[in-house]
Design a protein around this ligand. Structure first.
Ligand code: IPM
Ligand code: MN
Length: 359
């Protein structure tokens, strides 16, 4: 089959890790006889430097006209040292999510057995953890009206949600739970926030259509604690934009490295796949960054295309790289392997080039 994929490598280590994901996809294309047509475009700080715009129209048009988007990472330290700069890399990603209507962000958390000691959390606590965060991605405080006064002594960010924005992601969360352990946990701050109270009401209503799924609610402060005390008890965590963002970085600690966590962002028509990590600017160009989050994002893209066997092959290749310890230094401090070597191992495994697998 033929698929057209927009590749937005972005900033920092984005281009290096996306390259490994492309290698994995090319290997899949050759083994399973598919045609993946990659088209590159600018986003983030790189796009600001070249065009003045973090999401050039050309990039948006490309994304609207492809089967899926593969994104690396966006952001640059220089913007985080100066918040007076009005045009920022993050605006490119947020606008892209909004324009493509990507309201559901799916972030699976499952530690690999050989890495149970790579986490600072105790092995007994994290083993057998397996949950997915469903993070709302186009609403909430990220997209509400922002104001500041002229004196620079006042600022506001509005948090808004409508019934429909909550219901559509809730349906997807319940449907996912039905295929898993039949449990949805909503994370909110309903003791304080009106939007959270609306979330509770709407999710309860949606839940009536999924009687086999147990529904519970946690306040976000408590959830932050429960995630590291007893992560096993979660199946699907459903949350609004900001809470989902924060909890997913916290949850990455369970796996041993944020460099392992992939995500799928889905809308009614479009889909984008990206690691949950940032641009790790210090490691840029150093062959140091972990490419697995990007490779796994590509695997999620294959699932979205309906190519489950192919996706499973990528998952298997990643498992083997971990089993044989062909991993970057975030997972094994004395590792001799870099971004490229891990990417080579994965693509060679997919290609069945056994002679190239042992380093
Ligand atoms: C993420 C990132 C983004 C977010 C930033 C870069 C805007 O942290 O995808 O988790 O907050 O959504
Ligand atoms: Mn984040």
């Amino acid at each position: 089959m033929e698929f057209k994929i927009a590749v937005l490598a972005g900033d920092g280590i984005g281009p290096e890790v996306v390259l490994q994901a492309k290698k994995a996809l090319q290997a899949i294309a050759s083994v399973y006889e598919h045609d993946f047509i990659f088209e590159e475009a600018l986003i983030g700080a790189t796009a600001i430097e070249r065009t003045g715009n973090p999401l050039p129209q050309q990039t948006l048009n490309l994304c609207l006209n492809t089967d899926a988007v593969l994104l690396g990472a966006i952001g640059d330290a220089k913007y985080n040292d100066n918040f007076d700069v009005k045009v920022r890399p993050e605006q490119g990603l947020l606008k892209l999510r909004k324009e493509l209507g990507l309201f559901t962000n799916i972030r699976p958390i499952k530690p690999y057995r050989p890495l149970l000691n790579a986490s600072p959390l105790k092995r007994e606590i994290i083993q057998d953890t397996n949950f997915i965060i469903y993070r709302e991605l186009t609403g909430g405080v990220y997209f509400g009206e922002k104001t500041t006064n002229e004196a620079g002594t006042y600022a506001s960010d509005l948090c808004e949600y409508s019934e429909n924005e909550i219901a559509r992601i809730a349906h997807l969360a319940f449907q996912a739970a039905q295929k898993r352990k039949n449990k949805v946990t909503v994370v909110d701050k309903a003791n304080v926030l009106e939007t959270s109270r609306l979330w509770r009401k709407v999710v309860k209503e949606v839940g009536l259509s999924y009687p086999s799924v147990a529904l519970d609610f946690l306040f976000v402060d408590n959830a932050a604690m429960q995630l590291i005390i007893n992560p096993k008890k979660f199946d699907i965590i459903l949350s609004e934009n900001l809470f989902g963002d924060i909890l997913s970085d916290e949850a990455s600690v369970i796996t041993g490295s944020i460099g392992l966590l992939a995500s799928a962002s889905l809308g009614d028509k479009k889909a984008l796949f990206e690691p949950i990590h940032g641009t790790y600017s210090r490691a840029k160009g150093k062959n140091k960054a972990n490419p697995i989050a990007s490779v796994l994002s590509a695997a999620m893209m294959l699932e979205f295309f309906g190519l489950q066997t192919e996706a499973d092959k990528v998952y298997e290749a990643v498992e083997k790289s971990i089993e044989y310890q062909v991993v970057t230094s975030d997972l094994k401090p004395d590792s001799n392997f870099g971004t490229n070597e891990v990417g080579d191992f994965i693509s060679n495994y997919i290609l069945n080039k056994d002679d190239l697998l042992y380093f």
